[in-house]
Ligand binder design. Sequence first.
Ligand SMILES: [Zn+2]
Length: 177
Amino acid sequence: MPLTPFHAAVPWLAYVRRPAAFSFWALTLGAMMPDLEVVPLFALSPDIYAARGPMHSLVGALTFDAALTVLAVVVLVPPALRWFERRWPGSDVLRFAGQDLRSDPRGLLALYGSAVLGGVTHVLVDLPTHGYNPLLWPWQAGPLKLVPFADELWWDLVTGALWLAFFVLMMRAHWRR
Ligand SMILES: [Zn+2]
């Protein structure tokens, strides 16, 4: 059960290796985007364990998830960065892996590739933690239960703690550096 923001640490690995090739913001928002469907799906059906749909599929990660992520990065990130810069000018909070996150790549290819990488890593990280995974939507008939104890509380806690630890390690190694 990695909480949504902790998903971002996985595609950050690619950013740390090749910062010029990726958009930090598209990787980060892309890695959170699939969980956008969890709230409305949960509202429709009270079964939280089934609250994953097309946004948690590979097709979704390549198409609508990535499109929404690119849109969010283009529309939301620049004003958010300008606001932040006005409030805390020159802050090192926007530094990661030796890069200034105010000057993130703007090319559509880098944005789309980063969005896809974020989305795909999210979907894959979810696989062993949750029983219900529509990975191969729309061709998949039943749930893809890879791990017999998926969705059991102890397993949620173990995987949640591991991904949290990984997130903390990535932040300590690269944030504000
Ligand atoms: Zn998810």
